[in-house]
Design a protein around this ligand. Structure first.
Ligand code: CMP
Length: 138
């Protein structure tokens, strides 16, 4: 398999910060060998939620998702490494924490499909879009 260094936008969501899981989650990414290029504790503005989740704004689950994502501080990260987009998606597991495989972050630590601890870019195109929204100077 060829190697390609990429960047991914990762959000450690407000539930993870509230539950004191930031260290556990960052530690998993570090132990995997991924590089933290940027890290910021911030509260998501409602307008940023609408832009970040543009593909979901019409969905029934969006109003409570927006309320949750803007409910307190989260940690926005830029992670880089070989195939980081796919690697991080595999590490966080399926969206619904009740169904995510054991060994993944959500499988081990989440029991909800909304409060699922982590968001990560799902393709190179969404990484470019999300990185520009969250870290426009990078
Ligand atoms: P995330 O990876 O941030 O991408 C979209 C988010 O919407 C997802 O994680 C969940 O937090 C949330 N989500 C997706 N599907 C549902 C659903 N069916 N019900 C509630 N929340 C959902």
């Amino acid at each position: 398999m060829s190697s390609s260094t990429e960047r991914s936008l990762v959000l450690v969501k407000p539930d993870a910060v509230r539950r004191g899981l930031l260290g556990e989650i960052l530690s998993r990414f570090e132990r995997k060998g991924l590089v933290i290029e940027a890290l910021e504790l911030r509260t998501m503005e409602p307008s940023l939620a609408d832009e970040h989740y543009a593909e979901h704004v019409e969905r029934d689950f969006y109003p409570p998702l927006k309320a949750f994502m803007t409910s307190g501080p989260l940690v926005a990260l830029v992670l880089s490494g070989d195939s980081v987009i796919d690697v991080v998606r595999a590490m966080i597991g399926a969206t619904d924490g009740r169904k995510a495989a054991a060994g993944t972050i959500r499988g081990d630590l989440a029991l909800s499909n909304r409060e699922n601890l982590v968001h990560a870019s799902d393709s190179p195109e969404s990484a470019v879009r999300e990185l520009a929204l969250w870290f426009p100077k990078l």
